[in-house]
Design a protein around this ligand. Structure first.
Ligand SMILES: *Cc1c(COP(=O)(O)O)cnc(C)c1O
Length: 375
């Protein structure tokens, strides 16, 4: 059994999304190249204002990537060597690496078995005198329980930095993710819900001091040319990316609704099929389905079966950060975070991208039913 050389249904594709807006996309890019101003200009200003409004925050600062948005958030909150930061085990490794990068120590908390997000009941148990912050990650587009996290943070005087890389447009109790924390990081990596044609990210906040600090840090510690107040870096969202993102912002609400519609189709068609566990939902959370992740004990067999049927799937994430060689020095071992380990063995992400057709969604669910009917 070998998979199709080219999947009939790819796991992810930007082709149809970009075909829909091709003329506008080329127009905005040409406007930037005509203007010949590529870094820290009016496209960035425009996009930042629009993205802040979308995020329900006062400010948004465009930076080079989601990773940089996290590290600059940590630095803006004066978190570094000697500090501890609470992170979920079940996340993309960037969340952890940002903490390590500023010299602080990531302190992991296992996942909630239902939602897959950080288990809020396990946070208090890892707080120490060195703990400075919590980074809740709204994984796959589902918001964390921000009311409980805010309460814990308040009680222990911790800062909150939301990692909103996967949840543009998600809400918790009607409020947009990326607006709860003291400052919040997001990514505009091409495959995210709001994706650039390259790398990009942003920090959102309501705090003027934090905003100004991030703006300084992203540009060599300087606002005024040749005057460097802090030890900054070079991490700016460039004008081409800002223009592309600003254009895509105009379609974002529609596209998020499209994602939710596709997810609703999957949920309807896969309810009661085999041992499939569908994504957790809560009336308090508006899930935006950056990824559509199901769980099954027969994950590897199902993945193979779908591959052979021409349906490409993915695993988010096959190995938690603490078991990665890069984090060997922290000294964790297999069995330390059993819920996340179980998720890494059972999770399977189905194709869900803008422009996917009803027939294609149907084909995915038909193949999954087929798999279980053969068992
Ligand atoms: C994508 C992602 C990041 C990193 O974003 P980049 O723009 O790739 O640096 C961080 N955290 C999470 C949860 C992500 O999904």
């Amino acid at each position: 059994m070998t998979p199709h050389p080219l999947p009939k249904i790819p796991f992810f594709s930007l082709q149809r999304q970009h075909a829909m807006i091709e003329n506008e996309l080329i127009d905005v890019m040409r406007q930037v190249t005509d203007r010949n101003w590529f870094v820290l200009g009016e496209e960035l200003k425009n996009f930042e204002a629009n993205y802040a409004a979308f995020s329900q925050t006062k400010y948004a600062a465009g930076v080079g990537s989601g990773f940089d948005a996290l590290t600059l958030s940590l630095r803006a909150l004066n978190i570094g060597v000697g500090d501890e930061v609470i992170v979920p085990v079940n996340t993309f490794i960037a969340t952890w690496l940002a903490v390590t990068h500023v010299g602080a120590v990531p302190v992991p908390v296992d996942a909630d078995p239902l939602s897959g997000n950080i288990d809020v009941d396990k946070i208090a148990g890892v707080i120490s005198t060195r703990t400075k912050a919590i980074i809740p990650v709204h994984l796959y587009g589902l918001s964390c329980e921000m009311d409980k996290i805010a309460e814990i943070a308040r009680a222990s005087d911790l800062k909150i930095i939301e990692d909103n890389a996967q949840a543009h447009g998600a809400t918790f109790n009607g409020q947009r993710t990326g607006s709860f924390g003291h400052c919040n990081a997001t990514s505009f990596y091409p495959s995210k819900i709001l994706g650039a044609c390259g790398d990009g990210g942003a920090v959102t906040t309501n705090d003027t001091v934090i905003y100004n600090t991030v703006c300084k840090l992203r540009s060599y510690g300087s606002v005024e040319k040749h005057h460097h107040e802090v030890l900054g870096v070079n991490s700016r969202l460039d004008e081409l990316q800002a223009a592309v993102l600003d254009l895509k912002m105009q379609h974002l609400d529609k596209w998020i609704n499209e994602r939710r519609g596709m997810a609703a189709f999957y949920i309807d068609a896969l309810t009661g099929v085999g041992d499939i566990v569908l994504p957790y939902s809560s009336p308090r959370c508006r899930h935006v389905f950056h990824l559509f992740v199901v769980r099954t004990k027969r994950r590897d067999d199902l993945k193979k079966f779908l591959d052979v049927s021409g349906i490409e799937t993915a695993i988010h994430y096959p190995m938690p950060p603490y078991l990665q060689p890069a984090y060997a020095a922290l000294g964790y071992k297999q069995g330390d975070f059993p819920v996340s380990e179980d998720l890494s063995r059972t999770s399977l992400s189905l194709p869900l991208w803008i422009g996917m057709r009803a027939e294609e969604l149907e084909e995915v669910t038909r193949a999954i039913r087929d798999f279980y009917s053969r068992a």
